[in-house]
Write a new protein. Structure first.
Length: 98
């Protein structure tokens, strides 16, 4: 059985790789999200929601999709920070109609 430190380091390295790939593929991620913060957030989410075995069983494509979804939500949150109250009302209305 692997020690906790080795498991955590393995998880961090894998997530760092995925975040790097996603930031290279999507310039918005690279421009608007902090690499280190995203890695830390994704590691925390994985540790809280998945066992180490479940995490290791995820394919890179599955981990990439999971990470991309979370990063997109974070990006949307950052975009919304700059909205005026009128813009936010328009955005809320548009989301409700979908």
């Amino acid at each position: 059985m692997l020690s906790t430190d080795i498991r955590q380091e393995s998880m961090i390295k894998r997530i760092e790789n995925i975040v790097s790939i996603l930031m290279e593929e999507d310039p918005l991620f690279k421009e608007d999200l902090n690499y280190s913060e995203m890695v830390q957030d994704l590691v925390k989410r994985c540790q809280n929601n998945l066992s180490f075995e479940e995490f290791n069983a995820m394919s890179n494509d599955e981990l990439k999709e999971y990470s991309s979804s979370i990063m997109a939500i974070e990006l949307l949150g950052k975009i919304g920070e700059s909205f005026t109250p009128d813009q936010m009302a328009i955005f809320d209305d548009a989301v409700k109609r979908k």
